[in-house]
Ligand binder design. Sequence first.
Ligand code: ZN
Ligand code: ZN
Length: 151
Amino acid sequence: MTEVCSLSPRKAEYVKYLYLHEGLAKTTRIATHFGVSPSTITKTLEEMASNGLIAHVPYKGARLTMKGEECARFILRRHRILALMLSRCGLGPEEACRQATVFEGHVPRYVIDRMCASLGHPVMSVCGPIEHDSCCCPQDCDMESLQRTKI
Ligand SMILES: [Zn+2]
Ligand SMILES: [Zn+2]
C-alpha cells in the first residue's frame, strides 16, 4: 500500500481543519485560526493543491478533494488511536487527547496501522469514533462486523 498521506505535521493540521469545517474555508479564516499570515497560508495551500489534496479557489478559500478527505480520515484515525493508547497507559481522556496532538504528526501510517490492529481495531476513542479502512484492516478482515460492533 502506498503512503497516501505523508504530510508535514502542519499540513496535516490544515487537512484536519478543512475536514472538520466542511465546505469552502476562507483563506483568511484559516490564517487567523493558525496564527499565520495570509501570504504564508496561500503558499502552503498552493503546495497542497499541487499535491491534489485540496482545491484552492483564489480569493475564496480551499476545500478538500477526495484524496484530501481520505487523508483527513487517516489523520483523525491516527489522532484517535494515539489518544486511546495514551488513555490505556493511564492518562485521563482530555490529557490523552491533548498529548496525542503534540506528536501525532510524526507517526507514520504503517505504525498507526500496526497499533490499530494490535488494539483489535477499536471503534471508539476518548474523543470520538475510530474509522477503519482497508489499510489497517487486512483484506480478510470482516469490516462489516466491525462496523456493527459500533452500535
Ligand atoms: Zn482527541
Ligand atoms: Zn483498524
